[in-house]
Write a protein that binds this ligand. Structure first.
Ligand code: NAP
Length: 339
């Protein structure tokens, strides 16, 4: 048990070229820290953008990617209360999780409910949490209101649809493939637009009619983001939280949203951003804990259901990396550390 496996990016670059499996010493927890034997970590596209040096923070290289994890506490440092060896836990806002043993500050470690699968637990604190924050504290979507969203089949998008069903708001869902439309309907989406064969603005007007749509979230950016802002009713608000249209975050026109100036000036629409890491760093601890607990309860009660992850043994990490950005990839690739 003195050495462990981790996936490390030796330098900034394309993940398929710079990531490698490394053996290193198992770290020791210091005061107010615990050590976790990690069982599963998701591979998000944002992890890969971090390796490319194109995410919202640029780590020092070499770096271990990863922002979420589930595992079991196997050692506890001094001055730690309320956590025990053998407890199954997740980490909140801890970076560098793609390793077999992870040392984390005790205040960033949360116990996992007994009935929650490792696949779900490993994915709580990015996508479902983002959906809860966007629809709740950011846009405060009310029962009966429309919420327009892009990339509706994403993990975030699916959670948003489930929240709409539960809290009674209507989701107007945009997908890029006609073949995804039935899945969105089956999930409970109120209406679906496929940009493969439909005009986004014309369809929003048809579906929402005279009342219009006042609230939207977009994770595609580029022209799609611009079309969404233009489709909103006067006074409407768009929150941008991703840039999926530029696959490797290299194409400037897709990292830009060409918002129609008249919409901003004469229709006083708002476009603003959201980033979970900023939320983690700026939200008072009690509010953060309350929102995280609310998300966990929604998952535990079955209101939110995260698509089952696709386990990939850590030795085959390059398969997980490929899958994470493949079209129609289904559940998240999960690196698993089987002994
Ligand atoms: N700002 C934040 O704090 C924050 C937090 C969490 C997530 N996010 C962002 O949220 C987005 C979704 O993340 P996720 O993990 O939920 O995604 P995911 O589960 O990996 O799914 C990606 C989805 O995006 C769709 N998509 C990919 N490229 C597209 C394009 N060019 N145009 C339209 N749709 C496209 C895919 O459609 P197909 O099914 O057709 O492939 C798929 O439905 C990402 O941009 C992520 O970075 C941001």
């Amino acid at each position: 048990m003195s050495t462990m496996r981790s996936v490390v990016a030796g330098a900034m670059g394309e993940p398929s070229e710079v990531l490698q499996l490394q053996m290193s010493s198992v770290p020791q927890p210091g005061p107010r820290q615990v050590r976790i034997r990690v069982t599963a970590v998701p591979v998000h596209a944002s992890d890969l953008h971090t390796v490319r040096g194109r995410y919202g923070f640029v780590p020092e290289f070499p770096t271990t990617p990863g922002i979420e994890s589930v595992g079991v506490i196997d050692e506890i440092g001094s001055e730690v209360d309320g956590l025990a060896v053998g407890q199954r836990v997740i980490t909140a806002g801890v970076r560098g999780t793609w390793q077999e043993y992870l040392v984390a500050d005790a205040e960033r470690v949360l116990p996992v409910l007994a009935g929650m699968s490792d696949s779900t637990a490993a994915q709580v604190l990015s996508n479902p949490l983002t959906a809860v924050i966007l629809t709740g504290e950011v846009l405060d979507v009310q029962p009966g209101e429309w919420l327009l969203q892009t990339a509706a089949g994403s993990t975030v998008g699916q959670s948003v649809i489930q929240l709409g069903t539960h809290f009674g708001f209507k989701t107007l869902n945009v997908v890029r493939r006609r073949s995804a439309v039935d899945d969105i309907r089956a999930l409970g989406g109120t209406a679906v637009i496929s940009t493969e064969d439909e005009d986004l603005r014309a369809r929003v007007a048809e579906i929402a009619g005279g009342e219009g749509v006042f609230k939207a979230i977009d994770s595609v950016s580029g022209q799609v983001g611009a079309d969404v802002s233009r489709a909103l009713a006067p006074g409407g608000e768009l929150v941008v939280y991703g840039a999926l249209s530029t696959h490797r975050q290299t194409e400037a026109d897709k990292l830009t949203i060409p918002v129609f100036a008249r919409s901003l000036i004469y229709e006083t629409k708002t476009v603003r951003g959201f980033w979970l890491f900023r939320w983690f760093s700026q939200t008072p601890k009690e509010c953060m804990t309350a929102t995280i607990n609310k998300t966990i309860q929604l998952l535990d009660s079955g209101v939110l259901r995260v698509p089952e992850g696709q386990p990939v043994p850590v030795e085959n990490f390059s398969d997980a990396v490929r899958l994470a950005e493949a079209p129609a990839h289904g559940g998240k690739p999960l690196l698993v550390f089987e002994s």
